[in-house]
Structures are given as C-alpha cells and as structure tokens.
Design a protein around this ligand. Structure first.
Ligand code: SRM
Ligand code: SF4
Length: 536
C-alpha cells in the first residue's frame, strides 16, 4: 500500500433535489478534496505559504490536515482511531511526531475517542504519513464533508456485561468508507460531515443518539443485533437526537451494507444549497421517514427487518475511571483521567510504556477524553498504581474534574468565542475544593455553538458566547442543563444566557447546590473551630 498512489477521483453529482449550491459545493465540484493526496510532496517542497488557498484551508482536511489560522504554519492533524483502540506502538509514533515540535507539539483526545496532533509542519507530512502507514495509522477523510471517526464502546471485548463486541464492525465500516485507509472517492463528497456510532454495551457509552447513524443493541425474535437510529446531530442552528429508522440489522455485514446504503442516499439526495441545512436529518424531514427508509432499502437491495420492540440500553452511563475487572478472569482495565484530554509527547510515551509493561500493549480512548489501559493482571496492579504518571492522570480525580469534558476552544480554534480547556479545568478544581458532591456532575464546555464539546449531553453544559459586564463585552457562556446519558438519554436545553465567565464560579456553586445537592466543604482551622470555604 503506497500512500502516494494516485486515487481515481470521481466528482459526485450535486444533488438533484436542489439546484443552488453553496461555496463549499463549488470547491468540491471544482476539485475533489482527496486530490491533494497526490500533491503532498509538492506542497511540502513549496511550503504552506505557496499552497493554493482553497487547498490549504479546505481540501487538506480530506487528509486530516487542518490549517490553523490562529497558529499559521503549525497544523493540526486529526487521526482516525476506530472504537478508540490504539496500540502502544501507534501511540509511540504519535508521541514521536509531536515530540519534534518541542513546546508547540501536543495532542488532544477528542470527544469522538480520537486523537489530534498539534504543531505539525506541512514539510514533515510526507514523512509523518509514511510512519503512519508503517504502523497502520491513518488520518484520511477525517475532516470536512466526510465521515468522522467511528465510535464504539471503549471497553468492547473486555466488558463482562457487553452484548456485542463491536470493534470488528467499526473497523470494517471505516475500511469501507475510507477504502482501507487509502481514500475512497465514493464518500468524499457528502453534503456535510457525518457521524456513525456502533454501541455494543448496555450503557451507551458513546452517546449513540447524537450520531447521524446509531446502532444500539437489541434482541429481535430472540436474536441479538442492532436497532438503527438516524439523523442525530448538533449544529449552531439546531440540535436533534437520532430517531428510529424502524429497522433492525444483524451484527455482521448487514451493518456495513446499511451504512453504505444510507451514505449513498445521503450523498446523492442530501440537501446542498444551504450548509446550515445539510445534515442527514434535514433530508429525512424533507422526505418523511417512510420515503427515506424505502429509498435506503432500495439501495440496500433487500427488505429491512422492522426494529426490535425495545433496545438493550438499560444502564446508566459509566465513566470507566478507576480499576475494573474484565470479562477475562484475573484481568483488569484501569481508566486514567486525562485532564481535558490534553497530552504531551512525554505523557504519550509514558502511556505507551505503561500499556506494554503492565498490560498487553493496548490503550483505549473514551469520548470523555480519557485513556483506559486494559489487560492488567492482578499481580501487576500495585506496581502500576505507584507509577508517577498516575499523579497527573489520576484514577481517582476530584468529582467535578473527573467528569469534565472540553472542546479545543480559543487556543487553537478560530470559531471559539472563549478559551475553554484551561478555564474549565481551573474552575472545576476550584469548585471541587469548596464543595462536596453526593454524586458526579458532568460539566461539558464548548467554545461556540458548534457544540464539539457536546454541552447538550451534560448535566451542566457551558457554551461560549459573548456577554456584557460593567458595560464591556466579555467572554461568557450560555448554560445548558438536563442532558441525560445512558438509558433514556435526552438532550439538555439552554437555561441561562450570556453569563460572564468571571461570574461563573458563583453561578455554578449555586447551580450545584440547588440541583445536585452540593454542600460547602467544612475545613478545620488551626484553633480547632470550623470555617466554610466560599471562594476558590
Ligand atoms: Fe467539531 C468544526 C473540533 C467533535 C460539531 N470541530 C470543528 C473544527 C474542525 C473547526 C475548525 O476548523 O477549527 C474544530 C477543530 C478545532 C481544533 O483545532 O481542534 C472542531 N470537533 C472538534 C473536536 C476536536 C472537539 C474536541 O476537543 O474533542 C472533536 C473532534 C472529533 C473527531 O475526532 O473527529 C469535535 N464536532 C464534534 C462534535 C461531537 C461529536 O461528534 O460527538 C460535534 C457535534 C456533533 C455533530 O457533529 O453532529 C461537532 N464541529 C462541529 C461543527 C458543527 C457541525 C454542523 O453540522 O453544523 C463544526 C463546524 C462545521 O462543521 O461547519 C465543527
Ligand atoms: Fe471550535 Fe466551536 Fe468546536 Fe469548540 S465548539 S472546537 S470552539 S468549533
């Protein structure tokens, strides 16, 4: 498999459903995004400043290469990590890639249990891609109008209570969509981005319902397979949970065929005039579910069995932090908390080492931006727990830090209206110092209404916006509440608008006390009396 192999580019026909097309449709029609694959060596030679602007800022995203206007010349590279499963060998390669950029090099675990590298220089990409290929890593089709990293339970294959081990299926669906990582021009011109989740556990640990296609485990006539949901998405304009396709598929090639059929229907008929109305749900609504299902069935080439009467998602969601026994007797998985998903070269190298020394060399990423080390024998546990990395990536973080999720925010993302990661962490730590919580409260930060940090699935979601304070425009948030995950999942809604970030400590203290039973921490003083901590 040579990365520089020329792929045949098919410019897909623009939807017949609407004649007007937007500027993104034009740029795709002029030249398919995947075409830049054959030009990488040239780009590396001429330098990013000389690359055609549309190639630089848009088409390179088809290869997972993101120009960052905030740090010009230092690119972000978005991988694909199906089900979040990563070998230590792959982690080491990723670490070595960012290591060469010193302080500019870092990585983030994303809300799609994926990895993004930072500080990357365009001139290094051909070499980086060769190193990726050698260990089976790919970043292909991970941005723009492509299918994003496909999520699955992070404890697939090791969870004693799992129903279906979805790792193989997730991998096969990725291979189908990406042409085994080489690039597949059949699916490089979708009307918009597209998300797929295949859940095999009882707790819906990947928020399947917020994906364009979601497979959730369900028994039909005594046979275990998946009920299928479609059309879930978040966008600045609108957020919807996925709705039933009224179909059931067996956990085999039917999943791959159905994904292909839905993608083809979406590619050929999805709405392309208005980018704010291009996600799959808009097509489903325009057609109605009956027609959508029947069009999918035609491409699928056989009748789709009706859905099972109920699905098997009947647990509350778990966060996987801490020590858990595996279904394999005598083995454990340990969930390490990675504060807001941020990794450095040295922590990545350390993770790779720990996976090899204590486990079998495997790592798993979660949509909460954390890491799991599986396959640890009981006899190795005590030594693992003494490793210095566990002081940074704790197995028992304080309650609010534990459940914290944050999107990239203003440090690297030019859509951001606020800085997120550092602020999120500082605030959660301060609140943890002053409050006692009877149960974990999941706080998700997202820097703008695009909702990459999924504030709508959180107990408390904070979405960056502009606010006013003392007559000045300042960084602020809209506050979401009521997001429920796992069984009976539901999306949270906005309860308070434009709260200045500087006021958030007090506002969150109040929300946590009123809605989540938080009480002030009582600190003993030197003279033996008690004092109540009220600020942090
Ligand atoms: Fe996202 C665009 C980061 C998950 C909805 N997202 C972006 C861009 C590419 C914008 C840009 O070019 O700067 C951000 C890159 C910033 C950077 O430098 O990191 C970005 N999105 C992320 C990540 C890294 C957030 C994180 O910190 O984890 C996540 C990467 C996932 C991955 O591995 O592929 C990420 N983005 C999501 C999710 C959550 C999910 O998939 O579960 C959503 C909402 C769900 C959905 O898409 O339905 C999400 N991102 C968006 C949108 C709004 C899409 C829409 O239909 O309008 C945009 C803007 C766009 O596509 O036009 C966007
Ligand atoms: Fe950027 Fe907005 Fe997504 Fe955060 S939510 S990563 S600020 S696009």
């Amino acid at each position: 498999m040579c990365f520089y192999r020329q792929v045949s580019i098919v410019v897909n026909t623009v939807s017949k459903a609407d004649s007007k097309i937007n500027k993104f449709e034009k740029l795709k029609a002029e030249k398919d995004g995947l075409a830049v694959k054959a030009e990488l060596l040239k780009f590396a030679e001429i330098g990013w400043e000389a690359v055609d602007e549309t190639d630089l800022t848009h088409r390179l995203k088809w290869l997972g290469i993101f120009f960052r206007p905030i740090t010009p010349g230092k690119f972000m590279l978005r991988l694909r990590v199906p089900s979040g499963v990563l070998s230590s060998q792959k982690m080491r390669v990723l670490a070595e890639v960012v290591q060469r950029y010193g302080d500019d090099g870092s990585a983030d675990i994303t809300t799609r249990q994926n990895i993004q590298l930072r500080g990357i220089r365009l001139e290094d990409i051909p070499d980086i891609f060769q190193r990726f290929e050698a260990v089976g890593l790919t970043s292909i089709q991970s941005g723009m109008d492509n299918v994003r990293n496909i999520t699955g339970s992070p404890v697939a294959g090791i969870d004693a209570n799992e129903l279906i081990d979805t790792r193989g299926l997730v991998r096969l669906v990725q291979d189908m969509i990406t042409g085994n990582g080489e690039g597949n021009a059949d699916f490089t011109n979708l009307p918009r981005k597209f998300n797929i989740a295949i859940e095999g556990g009882r707790d819906n640990s990947v928020h399947a319902e917020i994906n364009d296609i979601a497979f959730v485990p369900a028994y039909r006539e005594g046979r275990l397979g998946f009920n299928v949901l479609v059309g879930g998405f978040f966008s600045a304009r609108r957020c919807e949970a996925a709705i039933p396709l009224h179909a059931w598929v067996a956990p085999n090639e039917e999943v791959i065929d159905l994904c292909r059929a839905i993608l083809e229907v979406y590619r050929d008929h999805g709405l392309r005039a208005n980018r704010q109305k291009s996600r799959l749900m808009w097509l489903i609504e325009e057609w109605g579910m009956e027609r959508f299902r029947s069009e999918v069935e035609q491409v699928y080439g056989r009748p789709l069995p009706s859905a099972a009467p109920k699905d098997e998602v009947d647990w509350d969601k778990r966060d996987h932090i801490g020590i858990h026994s595996q279904k394999q007797p005598g083995l454990y998985f340990v969930g390490l908390h990675v504060p807001v998903g941020r990794l450095s070269a040295s922590t990545m190298l350390d993770l790779a080492r720990l996976a090899e020394v204590y486990g079998d060399g495997e790592l798993r990423l979660t949509v909460e931006q954390n890491v799991i080390i599986p396959h640890i024998p009981e006899s190795r546990m005590a030594a693992l727990l003494k490793e210095p990395l566990l002081e940074t990536f704790s197995i028992e973080p304080s309650p609010l830090v534990r459940s914290l999720v944050s999107c990239t925010g203003a440090q690297f993302c030019n859509f951001a209206l606020v800085e997120t990661k550092q602020r999120a962490l500082a605030l959660a730590r301060s609140l943890d110092q002053t409050l006692t919580l009877p149960r974990p409260v999941r706080i998700h930060w997202t820097g703008c209404p695009n909702s990459c940090g999924q504030p709508q699935v959180a107990d408390i979601g904070l979405m960056g916006t502009k606010a006013r304070k003392d007559g000045k425009v300042v960084e602020g948030v809209d506050i979401y509440m009521g997001g429920k995950v796992g069984k009976e999942a539901q999306l949270g809604t906005c309860v308070q608008k434009s709260v200045p970030c500087d006021d958030l400590f007090a506002v969150l203290q109040d929300l946590l006390s009123t809605h989540f039973g938080a009480t002030p921490k009582v600190e003993p003083t030197l003279n033996g009396s008690v004092q109540i901590e009220t600020s942090g």
